[in-house]
Ligand binder design. Sequence first.
Ligand code: ADP
Ligand code: GLC
Length: 496
Amino acid sequence: MAPLDVLAVASEIFPLIKTGGLADVAGALPGALAAEGVAVRSLVPGYPRVLDALDGGVAVASLNDLFGGAAHIVAAHASGLDLFVIDAPHLYARDGDPYRGPGGGDWADNAFRFAALSRVAVLLAQGLVDGYRPDVVHAHDWQAGLAPAYLHYAGAIEPATVMTIHNLAFQGQFPAYLLSSVGLPEEAFSIQGVEYYGAVGYLKAGLQFADRITTVSPTYAAEIRTPAGGMGMDGLLRARADVLSGILNGIDTTVWDPATDRHLVATFDADRLALRAANKAALQDRFGLRRDPGTLLFGVISRLSAQKGIDLLLAALPVLLDGGGQLVVLGSGDASLEAGLRAAAGPDVNAHIGYDESLAHLIQGGCDALLMPSRFEPCGLTQLCALRYGALPVVAHVGGLCDTVIDANEMALAAGIGTGFHFAPVQAEMLAAAILRALAVWRQPDVWRGLQRNAMQTDVSWRRPAAQYAALYRELSRATTPHTVIARSEATKQSR
Ligand code: ADP
Ligand code: GLC
């Protein structure tokens, strides 16, 4: 099969810069696609941490004015990724995370910082760099949403575009008066354009103009077409349902491998499950909990936000503790949730407020069950890691959690196919019931071990999803090759 070139556009990429699962996906998918004959170049903003991580790097193009300053486009390799990096100090050379300053508020010029990302994507798509012309531009989340719109208003029919929704809660809305400053024509300000509830909507723009829309699980692809799950975009997504599909995320199974994980106290695999005990003991020590191998230790690794249902967990905590469980939490986010978790600390529950990659691995390798009481979850990656590490996921029956965890109900237990526990509706009482169900199975060690083995055998790699993305790209690039365009016009002639 002919190799295919894809330009992936993302505002974060693991291991260079990460605030959430988007970075994991952007960082792992290119490697998996290489095995499918797809060459991915990833375009990312040149935040200080990204520039520092580059292995060399060559300026392959310069722009005199990229929204208020000069920029160099640097081609570089880092951590196995082929990158184009936008070195534009006026936009990206600052402390803080990709979206917010040290004070916690969004950067005031985010409209320009991410319009620049899309602008450069389109310039690259149209031949800015000699010898490089991608077949497909793949835009991730609102930060890349203007790319399909810029191509549309430039009258370009190629390259083809894919817009992936990682989280519909983040939509990138900016005041209408910025329309022309971000390089969009007046006509774009309409329902058929980028207008969204009186503002310029970057995600809306991408959803309106991309050739194909994907999201990160089949169930979320269905949920977002409903008023309950669509966050205001459901009408548009219903109208574009014929080009919308769900492709599950995978995880990087070399980064997340319990047999080789250097963050663990003891490595293990499905045949040497007893070795997990050393990680559990280390985790109990690290969080100052009673060291007891017989207690069911629940873990959480999460952004602390309403999405993730951490308030439900706080409400269900008495049931967890009365039932004889323990809980460790790693996360940061909403101040009230952080305070609630701190206040709950005791001999059987404790939280580490912060972001800690290494501790996340130890929790996966040491806890017995991983809780994800999400109100909505486009895909979720932590439950995939948990499956691979034999920590049974206890999950809300929503989005990608439905698609990746098999509930150990009576029939699944009888058939020997369960990998975790689901609960619905997403309420504290139902979470508490699922926790009790997990505690009941925990008292049957052979059954628990069987579920752990099932979980660890689940294919959570990028193999299947990468093949699905590759098929999508190929279908699109066939549809936009000049050859097909001629064939299309010939067909029109014949039908006249
Ligand atoms: P989301 O992107 O909505 O936050 P995902 O489950 O898709 O959720 O991805 C979250 C990613 O971030 C996972 O790789 C998870 O391990 C990691 N993560 C989340 N919170 C922390 C934390 N406090 N410390 C370390 N890693 C974290
Ligand atoms: C988002 C979603 C999460 C998903 C991740 C990567 O942050 O909240 O469910 O796994 O993106 O696609």
